[in-house]
Design a protein around this ligand. Structure first.
Ligand SMILES: Nc1ncnc2c1ncn2[C@@H]1O[C@H](COP(=O)(O)OP(=O)(O)OP(=O)(O)O)[C@@H](O)[C@H]1O
Ligand SMILES: [Mg+2]
Length: 247
């Protein structure tokens, strides 16, 4: 693994009770890029992301994250990752502020640092005025932004966003996109999954298209469109599978 490689997967495989969700895939993510996993429901995106973020153990193959193998170094890896899961896992009984405060404890961030970071991050996501609100009173877009802020508390070297804008209206999606672009411009390496081709086109330097546990193709959005003589990434998927990405 050279210094510029942040994730390296070889023959990476996950089998759930006899069902192969991720089937011997190879990929590499470089430092400071935004790398995307684009694919329809059930493609294996979340399963792959959960192996990278050390929530699931690979069934087969090798996986190195930040230069360390996930099987043995999961604790050290987790300390340096920011992860925003696909499901909303904010604590609905706590305020916005307390959600950040409690999460910071998992990373052993001292109270003063956590408070300072939380203040900066609330300003970054535009929710300073909501610090004392109950999470249940936030809109869907505000919750997604709070999940993003929470994943940044430990100043991660690698940020992993699983479907950061699913279910959001266009305005809320654009807000999240702006935040991801700002993080990228500050040098954060971002890995995201999406089943929106416009999201992948807008945010990703490089991406792979995944379907039924396999990688179909990989490249920059522009390269892929050129290679498959396609008008957009949805069209690339259609040409490769004969199916619509949205199905
Ligand atoms: N815990 C589990 N046990 C058994 N099968 C699972 C489990 N989690 C996922 N799967 C199966 O693995 C496949 C890949 O699921 P995964 O959640 O990784 O897909 P995805 O690409 O993230 O889809 P989506 O776009 O819907 O989030 C699916 O067929 C799913 O049903
Ligand atoms: Mg998923």
């Amino acid at each position: 693994m050279n210094d510029n490689t942040v994730i390296k997967a070889h023959n990476l495989t996950k089998v759930y009770d006899g069902f192969t969700a991720v089937n011997h895939i190879d990929f590499a993510v470089r430092r400071q890029e935004c790398f995307g996993f684009l694919g329809p429901n059930g493609a294996g995106k979340t399963t792959t992301v959960k192996m990278i973020s050390c929530f699931l153990e690979p069934t087969d193959g090798s996986l190195e994250v930040l230069g360390m193998p996930v099987r043995t170094e999961f604790r050290r890896i987790k300390a340096r990752l920011g992860v925003a899961h696909q499901e909303n896992n904010l604590d609905p009984d706590l305020t916005v502020w307390d959600n950040l405060r409690v999460y910071a404890r998992y990373f052993d961030i001292d109270a003063a640092t956590a408070a300072r970071r939380s203040e900066e991050l609330l300003s970054f996501i535009g929710l300073t005025g909501k610090r004392n609100s109950a999470v249940d009173d936030l809109s869907g877009g505000m919750k997604r932004r709070l999940i993003l802020a929470r994943s940044l508390l430990n100043k991660p070297d690698l940020l992993i966003l699983d479907e950061p804008t699913t279910g959001l209206d266009p305005q809320a999606r654009h807000h999240v996109w702006d935040l991801v672009r700002r993080l990228k411009s500050e040098g954060t390496t971002v890995l995201l999954t999406t089943h929106y081709m416009d999201e992948a086109t807008q945010l990703c330097d490089r991406l792979l298209i995944m379907d039924r546990g396999k990688i179909l193709t990989e490249g920059s959005p522009g390269d892929l469109m050129e290679r498959y003589e396609a008008a957009n990434l949805e069209d690339v998927f259609l040409k490769l599978t004969g199916r619509d990405l949205a199905e």
